[in-house]
Design a protein around this ligand. Structure first.
Ligand SMILES: *Cc1c(COP(=O)(O)O)cnc(C)c1O
Length: 465
Protein backbone atom coordinates (compact mmCIF):
# COMPACT_ATOMS: atom_id res chain seq x y z
CA UNK A 1 0.00 0.00 0.00
CA UNK A 2 1.40 3.43 -0.92
CA UNK A 3 2.45 5.54 2.04
CA UNK A 4 1.36 9.15 2.36
CA UNK A 5 4.44 10.50 0.62
CA UNK A 6 3.62 8.42 -2.45
CA UNK A 7 0.06 9.63 -2.32
CA UNK A 8 1.13 13.22 -2.19
CA UNK A 9 3.67 12.73 -4.96
CA UNK A 10 1.31 10.98 -7.36
CA UNK A 11 -1.60 13.39 -6.85
CA UNK A 12 0.64 16.45 -7.22
CA UNK A 13 2.25 14.96 -10.29
CA UNK A 14 -1.15 14.37 -11.91
CA UNK A 15 -2.18 17.94 -11.07
CA UNK A 16 1.04 19.32 -12.49
CA UNK A 17 0.74 17.37 -15.76
CA UNK A 18 -2.90 18.42 -16.05
CA UNK A 19 -1.94 22.03 -15.50
CA UNK A 20 0.77 21.91 -18.18
CA UNK A 21 -1.68 20.43 -20.65
CA UNK A 22 -4.46 22.90 -19.93
CA UNK A 23 -2.09 25.88 -20.13
CA UNK A 24 -0.99 24.78 -23.61
CA UNK A 25 -4.51 24.50 -25.05
CA UNK A 26 -4.84 27.95 -26.50
CA UNK A 27 -1.50 27.90 -28.33
CA UNK A 28 -1.35 24.31 -29.55
CA UNK A 29 -2.96 23.10 -32.80
CA UNK A 30 -6.63 22.42 -32.05
CA UNK A 31 -6.27 18.77 -33.03
CA UNK A 32 -4.26 15.71 -31.92
CA UNK A 33 -0.59 15.94 -32.86
CA UNK A 34 -0.38 12.22 -33.48
CA UNK A 35 -2.76 10.00 -35.41
CA UNK A 36 -4.65 6.92 -34.35
CA UNK A 37 -2.05 4.73 -36.08
CA UNK A 38 0.80 6.59 -34.35
CA UNK A 39 -0.87 6.04 -31.01
CA UNK A 40 -1.19 2.32 -31.64
CA UNK A 41 2.57 2.21 -31.88
CA UNK A 42 3.01 4.51 -28.90
CA UNK A 43 0.87 2.36 -26.60
CA UNK A 44 2.11 -0.97 -27.96
CA UNK A 45 3.68 -2.94 -25.09
CA UNK A 46 3.58 -6.43 -23.64
CA UNK A 47 1.65 -7.16 -20.43
CA UNK A 48 3.88 -5.91 -17.63
CA UNK A 49 5.14 -8.74 -15.44
CA UNK A 50 6.09 -6.68 -12.41
CA UNK A 51 4.52 -3.50 -11.12
CA UNK A 52 5.91 0.02 -11.35
CA UNK A 53 5.80 2.93 -8.91
CA UNK A 54 2.68 5.09 -8.92
CA UNK A 55 4.51 8.25 -9.95
CA UNK A 56 6.35 6.51 -12.78
CA UNK A 57 3.11 5.10 -14.11
CA UNK A 58 1.42 8.50 -14.16
CA UNK A 59 4.45 10.18 -15.73
CA UNK A 60 4.62 7.49 -18.39
CA UNK A 61 0.90 7.61 -19.10
CA UNK A 62 0.95 11.37 -19.59
CA UNK A 63 4.07 11.17 -21.79
CA UNK A 64 2.56 8.58 -24.07
CA UNK A 65 -1.01 9.88 -24.20
CA UNK A 66 -0.63 13.63 -24.59
CA UNK A 67 0.37 13.77 -28.28
CA UNK A 68 -2.70 11.73 -29.18
CA UNK A 69 -5.20 13.81 -27.20
CA UNK A 70 -7.94 15.74 -28.97
CA UNK A 71 -7.99 19.42 -28.06
CA UNK A 72 -11.66 19.28 -27.12
CA UNK A 73 -11.16 21.64 -24.20
CA UNK A 74 -9.47 24.21 -26.45
CA UNK A 75 -10.91 27.65 -27.25
CA UNK A 76 -11.22 27.12 -31.00
CA UNK A 77 -12.64 23.62 -31.10
CA UNK A 78 -15.84 23.69 -33.19
CA UNK A 79 -15.76 20.08 -34.38
CA UNK A 80 -18.78 18.62 -32.64
CA UNK A 81 -21.51 19.81 -30.34
CA UNK A 82 -19.59 19.08 -27.15
CA UNK A 83 -18.44 21.06 -24.12
CA UNK A 84 -14.96 21.85 -22.89
CA UNK A 85 -14.56 20.31 -19.40
CA UNK A 86 -14.46 23.47 -17.30
CA UNK A 87 -11.68 23.56 -14.64
CA UNK A 88 -14.20 23.85 -11.80
CA UNK A 89 -15.99 20.75 -13.01
CA UNK A 90 -12.68 18.95 -13.51
CA UNK A 91 -11.54 19.82 -10.00
CA UNK A 92 -14.85 18.63 -8.55
CA UNK A 93 -14.46 15.49 -10.60
CA UNK A 94 -10.96 14.89 -9.20
CA UNK A 95 -12.41 15.10 -5.73
CA UNK A 96 -15.17 12.74 -6.80
CA UNK A 97 -12.60 10.17 -7.93
CA UNK A 98 -10.43 10.73 -4.89
CA UNK A 99 -13.39 10.35 -2.56
CA UNK A 100 -14.21 7.06 -4.28
CA UNK A 101 -17.95 7.11 -3.71
CA UNK A 102 -20.05 4.31 -5.15
CA UNK A 103 -23.34 6.09 -5.76
CA UNK A 104 -25.55 3.01 -5.62
CA UNK A 105 -27.05 3.78 -2.22
CA UNK A 106 -28.22 6.95 -0.48
CA UNK A 107 -27.42 5.65 2.99
CA UNK A 108 -23.88 4.57 2.11
CA UNK A 109 -22.97 7.94 0.62
CA UNK A 110 -25.28 10.65 1.95
CA UNK A 111 -23.24 13.44 0.35
CA UNK A 112 -23.24 11.97 -3.15
CA UNK A 113 -26.99 11.28 -2.85
CA UNK A 114 -28.01 14.66 -1.47
CA UNK A 115 -25.83 16.70 -3.82
CA UNK A 116 -27.89 15.15 -6.65
CA UNK A 117 -31.08 16.30 -4.95
CA UNK A 118 -29.84 19.87 -4.72
CA UNK A 119 -28.37 19.81 -8.24
CA UNK A 120 -31.70 18.41 -9.53
CA UNK A 121 -33.64 21.29 -8.01
CA UNK A 122 -31.18 23.78 -9.44
CA UNK A 123 -31.37 22.17 -12.88
CA UNK A 124 -35.16 22.20 -12.97
CA UNK A 125 -35.23 25.84 -11.98
CA UNK A 126 -32.42 26.86 -14.33
CA UNK A 127 -34.02 25.02 -17.26
CA UNK A 128 -37.52 26.01 -16.17
CA UNK A 129 -38.99 22.52 -16.26
CA UNK A 130 -41.80 21.25 -14.02
CA UNK A 131 -40.40 21.23 -10.47
CA UNK A 132 -41.97 17.87 -9.66
CA UNK A 133 -39.75 16.07 -12.21
CA UNK A 134 -37.28 13.39 -11.15
CA UNK A 135 -33.72 13.54 -12.47
CA UNK A 136 -31.34 10.64 -13.12
CA UNK A 137 -27.62 11.43 -13.34
CA UNK A 138 -26.43 9.39 -16.33
CA UNK A 139 -23.44 9.30 -18.69
CA UNK A 140 -24.97 11.54 -21.34
CA UNK A 141 -27.94 12.18 -23.57
CA UNK A 142 -27.66 8.74 -25.19
CA UNK A 143 -28.49 7.06 -21.89
CA UNK A 144 -30.86 9.89 -20.92
CA UNK A 145 -32.85 9.14 -24.09
CA UNK A 146 -32.88 5.49 -23.09
CA UNK A 147 -34.09 6.28 -19.56
CA UNK A 148 -36.77 8.76 -20.69
CA UNK A 149 -38.11 6.27 -23.22
CA UNK A 150 -37.96 3.43 -20.67
CA UNK A 151 -40.17 5.52 -18.38
CA UNK A 152 -42.47 6.17 -21.34
CA UNK A 153 -42.59 2.46 -22.08
CA UNK A 154 -43.44 1.70 -18.46
CA UNK A 155 -46.34 4.13 -18.23
CA UNK A 156 -47.70 3.37 -21.67
CA UNK A 157 -47.87 -0.37 -21.05
CA UNK A 158 -48.88 -0.25 -17.39
CA UNK A 159 -51.94 1.76 -18.45
CA UNK A 160 -52.83 -1.32 -20.51
CA UNK A 161 -52.19 -3.59 -17.50
CA UNK A 162 -49.02 -4.93 -19.02
CA UNK A 163 -45.97 -5.33 -16.78
CA UNK A 164 -43.18 -4.66 -19.27
CA UNK A 165 -40.39 -4.81 -16.67
CA UNK A 166 -41.52 -8.28 -15.62
CA UNK A 167 -42.78 -9.74 -18.86
CA UNK A 168 -40.90 -7.89 -21.56
CA UNK A 169 -42.43 -7.11 -24.93
CA UNK A 170 -43.29 -10.63 -26.12
CA UNK A 171 -47.06 -10.65 -26.47
CA UNK A 172 -47.37 -7.07 -25.23
CA UNK A 173 -49.82 -4.59 -26.76
CA UNK A 174 -48.31 -2.70 -29.67
CA UNK A 175 -46.78 0.66 -28.79
CA UNK A 176 -46.46 3.18 -31.61
CA UNK A 177 -43.29 5.22 -31.62
CA UNK A 178 -43.37 8.44 -33.65
CA UNK A 179 -40.11 10.20 -34.45
CA UNK A 180 -38.93 13.02 -36.71
CA UNK A 181 -36.79 12.26 -39.73
CA UNK A 182 -33.88 14.30 -38.38
CA UNK A 183 -33.73 12.80 -34.90
CA UNK A 184 -30.30 12.12 -33.42
CA UNK A 185 -28.84 8.68 -34.00
CA UNK A 186 -28.82 7.92 -30.24
CA UNK A 187 -32.63 8.11 -30.18
CA UNK A 188 -32.63 5.15 -32.55
CA UNK A 189 -30.05 3.42 -30.32
CA UNK A 190 -32.38 3.84 -27.33
CA UNK A 191 -35.27 2.36 -29.32
CA UNK A 192 -33.02 -0.55 -30.22
CA UNK A 193 -32.08 -1.27 -26.57
CA UNK A 194 -35.69 -0.97 -25.44
CA UNK A 195 -37.00 -3.60 -27.83
CA UNK A 196 -39.00 -1.06 -29.84
CA UNK A 197 -36.78 -1.53 -32.87
CA UNK A 198 -35.31 1.47 -34.67
CA UNK A 199 -37.01 0.53 -37.92
CA UNK A 200 -40.40 -0.23 -36.42
CA UNK A 201 -41.20 3.44 -35.96
CA UNK A 202 -43.43 5.97 -37.64
CA UNK A 203 -41.14 8.58 -39.12
CA UNK A 204 -42.40 12.10 -39.66
CA UNK A 205 -41.34 14.46 -42.38
CA UNK A 206 -39.26 17.47 -41.35
CA UNK A 207 -38.80 20.89 -42.93
CA UNK A 208 -35.63 22.34 -44.45
CA UNK A 209 -34.16 23.04 -40.98
CA UNK A 210 -34.98 19.55 -39.67
CA UNK A 211 -38.08 20.53 -37.68
CA UNK A 212 -41.05 18.17 -37.47
CA UNK A 213 -43.88 19.45 -39.69
CA UNK A 214 -47.04 19.61 -37.50
CA UNK A 215 -49.46 18.64 -40.29
CA UNK A 216 -47.29 15.63 -41.17
CA UNK A 217 -47.16 14.71 -37.48
CA UNK A 218 -50.95 14.87 -37.26
CA UNK A 219 -51.31 12.77 -40.41
CA UNK A 220 -49.12 10.08 -38.85
CA UNK A 221 -51.13 10.13 -35.60
CA UNK A 222 -54.38 9.89 -37.55
CA UNK A 223 -53.15 6.67 -39.09
CA UNK A 224 -52.25 5.05 -35.78
CA UNK A 225 -54.40 2.96 -33.48
CA UNK A 226 -53.33 2.44 -29.90
CA UNK A 227 -50.83 4.03 -27.55
CA UNK A 228 -48.29 6.60 -28.73
CA UNK A 229 -44.82 7.63 -27.65
CA UNK A 230 -43.68 10.64 -29.67
CA UNK A 231 -40.11 11.93 -29.77
CA UNK A 232 -39.20 15.54 -30.51
CA UNK A 233 -35.92 17.40 -30.55
CA UNK A 234 -34.50 20.65 -29.16
CA UNK A 235 -31.33 21.54 -31.08
CA UNK A 236 -30.77 19.59 -34.29
CA UNK A 237 -27.06 18.75 -34.41
CA UNK A 238 -26.49 20.37 -37.80
CA UNK A 239 -28.93 23.27 -37.94
CA UNK A 240 -29.59 23.86 -34.22
CA UNK A 241 -33.35 23.86 -35.01
CA UNK A 242 -36.13 23.26 -32.47
CA UNK A 243 -39.33 21.33 -33.04
CA UNK A 244 -42.66 23.15 -32.44
CA UNK A 245 -43.13 21.68 -28.94
CA UNK A 246 -46.31 23.47 -27.98
CA UNK A 247 -48.08 22.04 -30.97
CA UNK A 248 -46.55 18.55 -30.78
CA UNK A 249 -47.27 18.26 -27.04
CA UNK A 250 -50.93 19.17 -27.52
CA UNK A 251 -51.38 16.75 -30.39
CA UNK A 252 -49.64 13.94 -28.48
CA UNK A 253 -51.58 14.55 -25.27
CA UNK A 254 -54.88 14.69 -27.16
CA UNK A 255 -54.15 11.05 -27.89
CA UNK A 256 -53.10 10.38 -24.29
CA UNK A 257 -49.54 9.84 -25.55
CA UNK A 258 -46.13 10.55 -24.03
CA UNK A 259 -43.82 13.18 -25.51
CA UNK A 260 -40.10 12.66 -24.99
CA UNK A 261 -37.67 15.37 -26.11
CA UNK A 262 -34.04 14.84 -26.98
CA UNK A 263 -32.62 18.20 -26.00
CA UNK A 264 -29.00 17.24 -25.40
CA UNK A 265 -27.72 20.78 -25.91
CA UNK A 266 -30.79 22.75 -27.03
CA UNK A 267 -32.44 22.73 -23.60
CA UNK A 268 -29.77 25.13 -22.35
CA UNK A 269 -31.26 27.83 -24.59
CA UNK A 270 -34.05 27.87 -22.02
CA UNK A 271 -31.57 29.14 -19.42
CA UNK A 272 -30.74 32.12 -21.63
CA UNK A 273 -33.34 34.93 -21.75
CA UNK A 274 -32.44 35.99 -25.29
CA UNK A 275 -32.74 32.41 -26.66
CA UNK A 276 -35.47 30.94 -24.44
CA UNK A 277 -38.22 31.73 -26.97
CA UNK A 278 -36.83 28.91 -29.13
CA UNK A 279 -37.94 26.41 -26.49
CA UNK A 280 -41.55 27.60 -26.13
CA UNK A 281 -43.81 24.78 -24.97
CA UNK A 282 -40.92 22.47 -24.17
CA UNK A 283 -42.11 22.25 -20.57
CA UNK A 284 -45.28 20.51 -21.75
CA UNK A 285 -43.34 17.33 -22.60
CA UNK A 286 -43.20 14.26 -20.36
CA UNK A 287 -39.47 13.51 -20.41
CA UNK A 288 -36.26 15.22 -21.49
CA UNK A 289 -32.71 14.08 -22.21
CA UNK A 290 -30.00 16.69 -21.70
CA UNK A 291 -26.23 16.72 -21.37
CA UNK A 292 -24.10 18.28 -18.65
CA UNK A 293 -20.95 17.71 -20.67
CA UNK A 294 -22.19 19.97 -23.45
CA UNK A 295 -23.39 23.44 -22.52
CA UNK A 296 -22.93 23.10 -18.76
CA UNK A 297 -19.24 22.25 -19.45
CA UNK A 298 -18.98 19.49 -16.85
CA UNK A 299 -16.26 16.93 -17.59
CA UNK A 300 -17.25 13.64 -19.18
CA UNK A 301 -19.42 11.90 -18.50
CA UNK A 302 -22.51 13.74 -17.45
CA UNK A 303 -26.11 13.78 -18.65
CA UNK A 304 -29.55 14.12 -17.08
CA UNK A 305 -32.68 12.05 -17.63
CA UNK A 306 -35.57 14.24 -16.53
CA UNK A 307 -39.03 12.71 -16.16
CA UNK A 308 -42.31 14.30 -15.08
CA UNK A 309 -43.79 11.02 -13.84
CA UNK A 310 -41.40 10.12 -11.04
CA UNK A 311 -43.11 6.82 -10.40
CA UNK A 312 -42.76 5.68 -14.03
CA UNK A 313 -39.12 6.79 -13.97
CA UNK A 314 -38.17 4.85 -10.84
CA UNK A 315 -40.22 1.78 -11.73
CA UNK A 316 -38.44 1.55 -15.06
CA UNK A 317 -35.00 1.84 -13.43
CA UNK A 318 -35.00 0.57 -9.84
CA UNK A 319 -32.56 -2.19 -8.97
CA UNK A 320 -33.45 -4.03 -5.79
CA UNK A 321 -31.75 -6.59 -3.55
CA UNK A 322 -31.81 -7.56 0.11
CA UNK A 323 -28.41 -5.99 0.78
CA UNK A 324 -29.45 -2.65 -0.71
CA UNK A 325 -31.19 -0.15 1.56
CA UNK A 326 -34.91 0.40 1.11
CA UNK A 327 -36.13 3.96 0.78
CA UNK A 328 -38.61 5.39 3.19
CA UNK A 329 -41.11 8.16 2.44
CA UNK A 330 -39.40 11.25 1.02
CA UNK A 331 -36.02 9.62 0.45
CA UNK A 332 -34.34 9.36 -2.94
CA UNK A 333 -31.96 6.56 -3.84
CA UNK A 334 -29.73 7.76 -6.73
CA UNK A 335 -29.71 4.30 -8.32
CA UNK A 336 -33.51 4.28 -8.75
CA UNK A 337 -33.33 6.71 -11.64
CA UNK A 338 -30.47 5.35 -13.77
CA UNK A 339 -29.59 1.97 -15.30
CA UNK A 340 -26.40 1.47 -13.28
CA UNK A 341 -26.00 0.36 -9.69
CA UNK A 342 -22.32 1.23 -9.12
CA UNK A 343 -21.31 4.52 -10.69
CA UNK A 344 -19.38 7.70 -10.05
CA UNK A 345 -20.97 10.50 -8.06
CA UNK A 346 -21.85 12.75 -10.99
CA UNK A 347 -23.77 15.20 -8.83
CA UNK A 348 -20.63 16.83 -7.46
CA UNK A 349 -19.37 18.19 -10.80
CA UNK A 350 -22.89 19.30 -11.75
CA UNK A 351 -23.31 21.09 -8.42
CA UNK A 352 -19.90 22.74 -8.82
CA UNK A 353 -20.58 24.01 -12.35
CA UNK A 354 -23.99 25.46 -11.52
CA UNK A 355 -22.60 26.97 -8.32
CA UNK A 356 -19.68 28.48 -10.23
CA UNK A 357 -21.57 29.91 -13.20
CA UNK A 358 -24.84 30.75 -11.50
CA UNK A 359 -27.96 31.50 -13.51
CA UNK A 360 -26.41 34.58 -15.10
CA UNK A 361 -23.16 32.81 -15.95
CA UNK A 362 -25.01 30.09 -17.87
CA UNK A 363 -27.19 32.67 -19.64
CA UNK A 364 -24.22 34.84 -20.61
CA UNK A 365 -22.23 31.88 -21.91
CA UNK A 366 -25.06 30.55 -24.09
CA UNK A 367 -25.77 34.04 -25.38
CA UNK A 368 -22.09 34.62 -26.19
CA UNK A 369 -21.78 31.33 -28.06
CA UNK A 370 -24.86 32.12 -30.17
CA UNK A 371 -23.48 35.58 -30.94
CA UNK A 372 -20.11 34.14 -31.96
CA UNK A 373 -21.84 31.61 -34.25
CA UNK A 374 -23.89 34.41 -35.86
CA UNK A 375 -20.80 36.56 -36.36
CA UNK A 376 -18.77 33.71 -37.82
CA UNK A 377 -21.59 32.95 -40.25
CA UNK A 378 -21.87 36.62 -41.23
CA UNK A 379 -18.11 36.92 -41.81
CA UNK A 380 -17.98 33.75 -43.89
CA UNK A 381 -21.12 34.66 -45.89
CA UNK A 382 -19.24 37.66 -47.28
CA UNK A 383 -16.82 35.40 -49.14
CA UNK A 384 -17.84 34.47 -52.66
CA UNK A 385 -18.44 30.78 -53.05
CA UNK A 386 -19.34 30.17 -49.40
CA UNK A 387 -22.97 29.42 -48.70
CA UNK A 388 -24.46 29.30 -45.20
CA UNK A 389 -27.15 26.63 -45.27
CA UNK A 390 -28.97 27.28 -42.00
CA UNK A 391 -30.54 30.17 -40.19
CA UNK A 392 -28.18 30.72 -37.28
CA UNK A 393 -30.57 31.03 -34.36
CA UNK A 394 -28.48 29.03 -31.93
CA UNK A 395 -24.81 27.96 -31.90
CA UNK A 396 -24.69 25.84 -35.07
CA UNK A 397 -23.49 26.90 -38.52
CA UNK A 398 -23.46 24.65 -41.57
CA UNK A 399 -21.77 25.79 -44.75
CA UNK A 400 -20.83 24.67 -48.17
CA UNK A 401 -17.86 25.71 -50.27
CA UNK A 402 -18.19 26.03 -54.03
CA UNK A 403 -20.11 23.55 -56.06
CA UNK A 404 -18.95 20.12 -54.91
CA UNK A 405 -18.73 18.00 -51.79
CA UNK A 406 -15.04 17.48 -52.55
CA UNK A 407 -14.29 21.20 -52.30
CA UNK A 408 -16.03 21.38 -48.93
CA UNK A 409 -14.06 18.40 -47.67
CA UNK A 410 -10.83 19.90 -49.03
CA UNK A 411 -11.44 23.05 -46.96
CA UNK A 412 -12.21 20.96 -43.86
CA UNK A 413 -9.01 18.94 -44.35
CA UNK A 414 -6.86 22.04 -44.74
CA UNK A 415 -8.45 23.79 -41.75
CA UNK A 416 -7.73 20.72 -39.63
CA UNK A 417 -4.17 20.58 -40.89
CA UNK A 418 -3.66 24.29 -40.19
CA UNK A 419 -4.76 23.75 -36.58
CA UNK A 420 -5.91 27.30 -35.76
CA UNK A 421 -9.36 25.87 -35.20
CA UNK A 422 -11.08 22.53 -35.58
CA UNK A 423 -14.17 22.00 -37.73
CA UNK A 424 -15.63 18.79 -39.12
CA UNK A 425 -17.92 17.60 -41.87
CA UNK A 426 -21.35 16.02 -42.03
CA UNK A 427 -24.00 15.17 -44.55
CA UNK A 428 -26.94 17.57 -44.57
CA UNK A 429 -29.72 16.76 -47.03
CA UNK A 430 -27.90 16.06 -50.29
CA UNK A 431 -24.73 17.98 -49.46
CA UNK A 432 -21.51 17.41 -47.59
CA UNK A 433 -21.18 20.41 -45.30
CA UNK A 434 -18.76 21.96 -42.84
CA UNK A 435 -20.25 22.07 -39.37
CA UNK A 436 -19.25 24.74 -36.85
CA UNK A 437 -20.48 24.23 -33.28
CA UNK A 438 -19.75 27.05 -30.85
CA UNK A 439 -20.22 25.57 -27.40
CA UNK A 440 -16.92 25.69 -25.47
CA UNK A 441 -16.65 27.91 -22.38
CA UNK A 442 -13.20 29.40 -23.29
CA UNK A 443 -14.28 30.54 -26.78
CA UNK A 444 -14.20 34.33 -27.12
CA UNK A 445 -15.47 36.67 -29.84
CA UNK A 446 -11.86 37.02 -30.93
CA UNK A 447 -11.49 33.23 -31.24
CA UNK A 448 -14.54 33.28 -33.51
CA UNK A 449 -13.10 36.06 -35.69
CA UNK A 450 -9.66 34.44 -35.97
CA UNK A 451 -11.23 31.12 -36.89
CA UNK A 452 -13.63 32.56 -39.48
CA UNK A 453 -10.76 34.49 -41.06
CA UNK A 454 -8.62 31.36 -41.18
CA UNK A 455 -11.40 29.36 -42.85
CA UNK A 456 -11.98 32.16 -45.38
CA UNK A 457 -8.26 32.43 -46.15
CA UNK A 458 -7.95 28.70 -46.70
CA UNK A 459 -10.99 28.75 -48.98
CA UNK A 460 -9.48 31.57 -51.08
CA UNK A 461 -6.30 29.55 -51.47
CA UNK A 462 -8.06 26.42 -52.73
CA UNK A 463 -7.82 25.74 -56.44
CA UNK A 464 -11.35 25.72 -57.75
CA UNK A 465 -11.90 23.98 -61.07
C1 LIG B 1 -24.84 14.86 -28.24
C2 LIG B 1 -26.23 14.51 -28.55
C3 LIG B 1 -26.78 13.28 -28.19
C4 LIG B 1 -25.95 12.20 -27.54
O1 LIG B 1 -25.44 12.61 -26.34
P1 LIG B 1 -24.17 11.92 -25.67
O2 LIG B 1 -23.75 12.93 -24.69
O3 LIG B 1 -23.16 11.70 -26.77
O4 LIG B 1 -24.60 10.65 -25.06
C5 LIG B 1 -28.11 13.05 -28.44
N1 LIG B 1 -28.87 13.97 -29.06
C6 LIG B 1 -28.38 15.16 -29.45
C7 LIG B 1 -29.29 16.14 -30.13
C8 LIG B 1 -27.05 15.47 -29.21
O5 LIG B 1 -26.55 16.66 -29.59
Amino acid sequence: MPDNDDLEHVFRLAASRALDFRKSLSSRPQRPEMSYDDMRHAFEAPLPEAGQSAADVIEQLADIAEPGLGVMAGPRFFGWVIGASHPVGVAADWLTSAWGQNTGSHLATPSAAVVEETASRWLLELLDLPRECSVGFVTGASVANFVGLAAARHRTLSQLDWDVEGHGLFGAPTVNVVVGDDAHTTVFSALKYLGFGYERVHRVETDAAGRIVPSAFQAVLDNIDGPIIAIAQAGQISTGAFDPFDDLADRTHDRDGWLHVDCAFGLWARACPDRAHLTAGLDKADSWAVDGHKWLQTPYDSGFAIVRDRDAHSRAMTTDASYLPQITEGQRNPSHFVPELSRRARGFATWAMIRHLGRTGVADMVSRHCRIARNMAARLAEESGIEILNQVELNQVILRFGESDELTQAVIDQVQEDGTCLVAGAKWRDNWVMRISVISWPTTDEDGDISADTIAKIWRGIDTP
